[in-house]
Design a protein around this ligand. Structure first.
Ligand code: COA
Length: 332
């Protein structure tokens, strides 16, 4: 597909997390758990949640997107596409991207949501890049946003401690020069594992009825230890693929931003990829797992901390329910 003279440049990034913070002490009060267990098994200390604010996925997306557009020095009317990775859309239909388009005034943009669980941002980024390289779009807003707390079962200690809410956004722009922006991406999936991480109720397979409306099936179910088993290997494969496809050396990577799902997964993946600690970005302690928002939130934080600068080569990698996984290599 590659038109080698055209690139999809990362023109701007932005992020937003809601104000309310849930600490591990909060979970000690509502389920049988401890701060010590949560920190050692997951690395999480706090998560930002919409709580009683009434915020929804589109509103957080809009805040992150406004920042990304300002960072790119671009007006919303210049966008010709908006792609939002989310598994917690405002509504089943229309897409969350429709609400974002209206609020931003992006009247020239085609819009869609992408459901690829925690890999939503990388799937959306890959789609945006493909449109740009194919000559079908010039400026695309790519968002990862979740209100995961809307599908979290606060009686299940195995999952409720993990999740937070938030949004990250970026603007991809066509530039007529080679070797900048998103250099390579890889997407993958294995539908043998659909039952490891799922919301069973509320779709066409099991619609909500008066009889089942209070069942736990309306929340996110996860077989954590089974997901864990596959996560590191799948992400390692995806990371190695994009490094090879881009023709770079692992030591050329300036910063590694993995999906923030579990510190043990992150550490084990970094070790397998021989990424030294100073090149690894971790913020799971502050946000928990925000699914498709985790990587774009981390990009913004890395930039704010001076760890992501223009010209840096950044490796992004993620996995999630499906199972799905993927990676992207980006020259900022
Ligand atoms: N507090 C205390 N104990 C807990 C607990 C909690 N919050 N959650 C689970 N446990 C218990 C289990 O009940 C189990 O007890 P048992 O041995 O008496 O049955 C024990 O801890 C071990 O459970 P297990 O599920 O095997 O723990 P784990 O080490 O695999 O950690 C996860 C659980 C969820 C943290 C971990 O599996 C994980 O992070 N998996 C990947 C999930 C993920 O990243 N998903 C997102 C994909 S995007």
């Amino acid at each position: 597909m590659n038109n080698k003279l055209v690139s999809a440049k990362m023109a701007g990034i932005g992020a937003y997390v809601p104000e309310t913070i849930l600490t591990n002490a909060y979970f000690e009060k509502i389920v049988d758990t401890s701060d010590e267990w949560i920190v050692t098994r997951t690395g999480i200390k706090t998560r930002h949640v919409v709580g009683n604010s009434g915020e929804v996925t589109s509103e957080m997306s809009i805040k992150a997107s406004r920042q990304a557009l300002a960072d790119a020095d671009m007006s919303a009317e210049e966008l010709d596409m908006i792609i939002i990775g989310t598994v917690t859309p405002d509504m089943k239909t229309p897409s969350t991207a429709c609400f974002v388009q209206k609020a931003l005034g992006a009247k020239n943009a085609a819009v869609m949501d992408v459901n690829a669980a925690c890999v939503g941002y990388i799937y959306a980024l890959t789609t945006a890049r493909a449109y740009i390289l194919a000559g079908m779009a010039r400026k695309v807003l790519v968002v990862g946003c979740e209100t995961l707390t809307s599908i979290t079962n606060y009686k299940d200690r195995g999952t409720c401690i993990l999740f937070g809410d938030g949004a990250g956004a970026s603007v991809l722009q066509r530039v007529d020069e080679p070797g900048v922006g998103v250099l390579a991406t890889h997407l993958a999936a294995n539908g043998d594992f659909t039952d490891l991480l799922c919301v069973r109720l509320g779709g066409s397979r099991n619609p909500l009825t008066p009889e089942n409306i209070n069942d736990d099936g309306r929340y996110l179910y996860m077989n954590g230890s089974e997901v864990f088993k596959h996560a590191v290997r799948f992400m390692q494969n995806a990371a190695e693929k994009v490094i090879a496809d881009a023709g770079v050396k692992p030591e050329d990577i300036s910063l590694f931003i993995p999906h923030q799902a579990n510190i043990r997964i992150i550490d084990s993946l970094a070790k397998r990829l021989s990424i030294p600690e100073e090149k690894l970005f971790v913020n799971i302690q502050n946000y928990g797992n925000t699914s498709s928002a985790s990587i774009p939130i981390a990009m913004v934080e890395a930039k704010q901390q001076g760890r992501l600068k223009a010209g840096d080569l950044v490796l992004l990698v993620s996995f999630g329910g499906g199972l799905v996984w993927g990676a992207a290599l980006v020259r900022f």
